[in-house]
Design a protein around this ligand. Structure first.
Ligand SMILES: Cc1ncc(COP(=O)(O)O)c(C=O)c1O
Length: 372
């Protein structure tokens, strides 16, 4: 038994959480696809056709048609030669990084990169040079000093706690200048950034300069799992050698792969959900900053509402819950010390009425706690 709050409704803009109808400002369900009728129907159809569990490794007798279709469609969506799906974005990062670098290589990693990147680097045994968050001058200095033959720069595209964007064009330039491969984790950019949600690399139009991308199917795409996308020879290597691929012997359930395919089909057909997401994001962002909250440098639907003080963040989250709004308080070690915050997530699943109600909750709670 956990002490986590319990959901008794589908994921969405409003949910039933611990028995209460509440506005949900905390999910990664950016486009509302986790409960989109077409996505759910695709999973149901695949359940009827293929049953539940994959039952065996992909290389044995667990490679279902939806896995193949998903990999093909993901590669096309991301504009890469090939892709390979994993059971989670975490496992995808472990798999990609350990196949890209090893002992004796130098890896340059933003200090705020996701834990799965940090763990992948540890597993790889490469020498890590963590550069201060987005500090391109520091990164260049480190690259210039490196004598390693094999170098790689790795970064989150959208930083998951601050919602800011990595300066990928500059990173690509530095990669070219110092002969370092570039790896981008776009877990929070897929479905969100770029034309029709194709991601942050397409947003910056730097596809040629990025060697490999990783992502998650559990956020913008509303399903579960992760993927690596890149050149065909590299993807072949990952699927034959990456331990987090071959030894999570049983792949994602075929129905989850079919659901992710439906999500990609929706995005390929129309950018309506992406536009709704951004419209909602701009609306909420204006409202929350007009109220006087400190949201730092976010550029995306991840909006940190800073309290800095840990106890204040918890109190704000609790007060909001009383007002019918759920937003998660985050403190050390998830974010640096004295940088506690609420991490507010805006979704295409929110209506304007939901956002107005959430803003009114923030106003009441913020005033009651003298934050605004
Ligand atoms: C930047 C980043 N990379 C990777 C992951 C892991 O993705 P998944 O939840 O699919 O394991 C996350 C999830 O929080 C993330 O934020």
């Amino acid at each position: 038994m956990s002490d986590f709050k319990v959901l008794t409704s589908p994921q969405g803009g409003r949910v039933t959480l611990d028995g209460r109808d509440i506005i949900n400002m905390a999910a990664n369900n950016y486009l509302g696809l986790a409960n989109h009728p077409r996505v759910v129907q695709a999973a149901k159809d695949a359940l009827d056709k293929y049953g539940l569990g994959a039952g065996a490794a992909r290389g044995i007798v667990g490679n279902f048609a939806p896995h193949e279709e998903l990999e093909e469609k993901l590669a096309a969506f991301k504009g890469t030669e090939a892709s390979c799906v994993f059971n989670s974005g975490f496992a995808a990062n472990l798999g990609a990084i350990t196949q890209l670098i090893g002992k004796g290589d130098d890896v340059f990693s933003d200090e705020l990169n996701h834990a799965s990147i940090i763990d992948g680097i540890r597993l790889s045994k490469a020498t890590v040079h963590a550069y201060p968050h987005m500090d391109m001058a520091a990164l260049e200095k480190m690259l210039a000093e490196s004598t390693a033959e094999n170098k790689m720069i790795v970064t989150d595209a959208v930083f998951s706690m601050d919602g800011d964007l990595a300066p990928i064009p500059e990173i690509v330039e530095l990669g070219k200048k110092y002969n370092a491969k570039v790896m981008i984790d776009d877990a929070h950019g897929d479905g969100v950034m770029g034309p029709s949600g194709r991601g942050t690399v397409d947003h910056f139009e730097v596809r040629e300069g990025v060697y490999v991308e990783t992502g998650s199917l559990s956020k913008g795409f509303g399903s579960a799992g992760g993927f690596v996308a890149g050149p065909k020879d590299f993807i072949d290597k990952v699927s034959k050698q990456a331990r987090s691929f071959i030894f999570t012997a049983t792949p994602m359930q075929p129905c989850m792969a079919a659901a992710a395919v439906a999500a990609l089909d929706i995005l390929n057909e129309s950018d309506e959900l992406v536009r709704t997401l951004w419209d909602n994001r701009e609306y909420f962002m204006k409202g929350i900053t007009d109220l006087g909250f400190d949201t730092r440098t976010t550029q995306t639907p991840i909006i940190p509402v800073m309290t800095y003080d840990e106890e204040k963040a918890r109190e704000l989250s609790a007060r909001l819950f009383e007002e019918g709004v759920f937003s998660q308080a985050l403190a050390f070690p998830v974010v640096p010390r004295e940088q506690a915050r609420l991490r507010v997530m805006v979704s295409a699943a929110h209506t304007k009425a939901d956002l107005d109600e959430a803003l009114s909750g923030f106003e009441k709670a913020g005033k009651a706690l003298s934050i605004i």
